[in-house]
Design a binder for this molecule. Structure first.
Ligand code: ZN
Length: 260
C-alpha cells in the first residue's frame, strides 16, 4: 500500500537567520512539537500556544532544541497489576512458575518501547554553503500501532535540502527514534519527523519516507505476510521541484515513489 504524500549556516554577523521554513510557516515551539500531545492546527502543523518564537542568540544561532519526550507519567506497579488482570481475563494461567513474572516483564517491556530518550537537536551554521540533498537512508525504527498496541517496524529515509543551518547526521536517526517512542500511526510518525525538522532547521526542503511492516496486519486479521506500508511527507523544494523530488526518491531507493 502506498500513501500519497500528505500536503502539507547563518551569517556570522550581524543578521540572524530568518526563521522561514520549507513549508512557508514560521516555526512553532519545538519543545511543544515534541510533546506527547502537541497542539496542532488544521493542517497538522504544531503550533505554539503562546505564540513565542524560538529566540536567536547573539551569534545568530538557534539554541539547541530539547526534545524531552513529553510529560508522560509511568506507574510500573499499576501497569503490572493491569497486565496481570489483562492476561487473566484472556484465560492465561499466571500461577505457573515461569509466568509469575510475566505481568512485570510486560509492564517493563511496554514502558521501554514507549520511553523517549531526551536529546538536543543541535544545528550548525552551514558555513560551506552546502546546498545538495542530505539524506540518512534506512534508519531502523520500531514503534507501537496505537490501534492495537502491537509492534510495527521498518526503515525511515530522512532528507533535507540545507538552508542556513545543517544538522548532525545522527540527529536524523534520533529524531525518528524520538517520535517512535509513543503509540503511533505510520502516517502521523512520518509527518511529525518532517515537520519537526522543518520547524527547527528551516531547510529549503524536507523529505521523509517510511517503509514498515505492521504486525497487526501481518500476524493477525488478514495476515498479509510481507506486506509493507509506505508513507511519505515532502515539504518545500522536495515537494515542489520535480528534479529534487526525483533525486530524493532515487537516493532513498524507493522503488515506486508516489506520483507528484
Ligand atoms: Zn494496528
Amino acid at each position: 500500500m502506498t500513501h500519497q504524500p500528505i500536503p502539507d549556516g547563518a551569517d556570522r554577523t550581524p543578521a540572524p537567520p530568518k526563521p522561514s521554513s520549507a513549508n512557508g510557516t514560521r516555526p512553532g515551539s519545538a519543545l511543544l512539537v515534541a510533546h506527547e500531545s502537541p497542539a496542532l492546527d488544521a493542517t497538522g502543523q504544531a503550533v505554539d500556544q503562546d505564540g513565542v518564537q524560538p529566540s536567536i542568540d547573539v551569534n545568530g544561532a538557534y539554541p539547541p532544541v530539547d526534545l524531552d519526550g513529553g510529560q508522560r507519567v509511568v506507574d510500573l506497579d499499576a501497569a503490572e497489576r493491569a497486565a496481570a488482570d489483562f492476561l487473566a481475563a484472556l484465560g492465561i494461567d499466571l500461577d505457573r512458575e515461569e509466568r509469575r513474572a510475566t505481568p512485570a516483564r510486560m509492564a517493563h517491556a511496554y514502558a521501554e518501547l514507549l520511553a523517549a530518550q531526551p536529546f538536543r537537536l543541535t544545528t550548525f551554521r552551514n558555513d560551506e554553503g552546502y546546498d545538495e540533498l542530505v539524506l540518512a537512508r534506512a534508519i531502523p525504527f520500531r514503534t507501537l500501532c496505537e490501534h492495537h498496541m502491537l509492534l510495527f517496524s521498518g526503515v525511515a529515509h530522512v532528507g533535507y535540502l540545507p538552508g542556513e543551518r545543517i544538522l548532525g547526521l545522527s540527529k536524523l536517526a534520533r529524531l525518528v527514534e524520538h517520535f517512535a517512542a509513543r503509540p503511533q500511526t505510520q502516517e502521523r510518525l512520518t509527518m511529525q519527523v518532517a515537520k519537526c525538522l522543518d520547524a527547527n532547521l528551516h531547510p529549503r526542503g524536507v523529505g521523509v519516507v517510511m517503509e514498515a511492516e505492521h504486525t497487526c496486519m501481518t500476524q493477525r486479521g488478514v495476515r498479509a505476510l510481507g506486506a509493507t506500508t509506505v508513507t511519505s511527507a515532502l515539504l518545500g523544494g522536495l515537494r515542489t521541484d520535480p528534479r529534487s523530488r526525483a533525486e530524493f526518491f532515487a537516493l532513498a531507493r524507493v522503488p515506486n515513489p508516489p506520483a507528484g
